[in-house]
Write a protein that binds this ligand. Structure first.
Ligand code: ASP
Length: 332
């Protein structure tokens, strides 16, 4: 029988109503009691390092989860993390960089409705997740609404309905249909590499047509690296040359700046428009088809392993388990 470590962290799945509002109150063992069928095919130990609405989760919590899995890695065949859905995409991406190339499945799941509600997706998502954790799948995955998505590619795209997650630029790698796991493909892995630290001084700025250059200046000086969510296929507003001056000065000072897009699907291509074309030449990094969550957490990992701008650039474009399609493939 496979041995699975079940890690509770809070979220809607574990929430109950108190004073008219939902907040996490059930622990991992109480969640487990609601899906007794799981004990028929695996043995589960439950732990609860913290219990939070995922709105309150920070990079320190990602590090706690990574450290727990690293410490228990040899004792278990797979891991299931019950997590709030609101920031699950960030946690899944962060764990994809902290726990690279795990040959064992590390599953994140949650729910849109608490497990105690009469109508709920909690039990289905949990039992699907245990099935995946007992399978030959590997790496950090999000299991939600019957879909199995790469952790570095998943995004919450619906705030209320059960099919809350998708991976806009990458197909689901498997699905669970009536209790049966259907694997479409199981991406290959490199050597397992585990890390414990993330550099937290990374910012993310979503541009609007009214964004002030002073805000860009503040963020570039405050953070050690910045992800800019621009428009369309990417590029920077001109604003009397102020945006370009700020970004180019930061790049010249060796600060990584990534351009990504607010558009959900298909990613960036800075080569198309004048507003983006020559920025690559100054060393700006381009997110291509990565999610903003992945670009942001990947920078945190990269900055924690090297200060060398050349190495940072190499690592950013090196695919960590399919988190980015190499630029050459996108350009063809
Ligand atoms: N606010 C909740 C959380 O992220 C939402 C959820 O879990 O679905 O913890």
């Amino acid at each position: 029988m496979k041995k699975i470590l079940f890690i509770g962290t809070g979220g809607t799945i574990a929430s109950e109503l108190s004073h008219g509002a939902l907040s996490p109150s059930l622990d991992a063992s109480q969640l487990l009691c609601q899906i007794p069928e799981v004990s028929g095919y695996c043995s589960v130990d439950a732990v609860q390092p913290f219990s939070l609405d995922s709105t309150n989760i920070t990079p320190a919590h990602w590090q706690i989860l990574a450290a727990k899995i690293k410490e228990q890695y040899d004792r278990y065949d797979g891991f299931v993390i019950a997590h709030g859905t609101d920031t699950m995409a960030y946690t899944a991406a962060a764990l994809s960089y902290l726990l690279q190339n795990s040959e064992k499945p590390i599953i994140l799941t949650g729910a849109q409705k608490p497990i105690g509600f009469e109508s709920t997706d909690s039990k289905q998502n949990l039992s699907d997740s245990f099935l995946c954790a007992c399978s030959e799948l590997h790496g950090v995955l999000v299991v939600f609404g019957g879909q199995v998505l790469l952790g570095s590619r998943a995004r919450k795209i619906r705030s209320k309905s059960y099919f809350a997650f998708e991976s806009p630029n990458y197909p689901p790698i498997a699905s669970v249909q009536n209790g049966r796991l259907v694997v479409y493909f199981n991406p290959t892995l490199g050597q397992p590499r585990f890390y414990e630290r993330l550099e937290q001084s990374v910012g993310l700025l979503k541009l609007t047509p009214a964004t002030d250059a002073a805000l860009l200046h503040y963020m570039l000086s405050h953070y050690k690296a910045l992800v800019i969510e621009a428009f369309g296929v990417g590029g920077l507003p001109y604003r009397n040359g102020e945006f370009r001056r700020e970004v180019i000065a930061a790049l010249k000072a060796g600060k990584p700046v990534v351009l990504t897009t607010q558009v959900q699907s298909e990613g960036t291509d800075l080569s198309v428009y004048e507003v983006g074309k020559d920025l690559r030449g100054f060393g700006v990094l381009e997110a291509y088809d990565m999610t903003p969550e992945a670009a942001f957490t990947k920078l945190m990992w990269i900055l924690s392993v090297t200060d060398d701008p050349k190495e940072q650039r190499r690592l950013f474009y090196e695919s960590v388990w399919h988190d980015i399609l190499p630029p050459k493939e996108i350009e063809t």
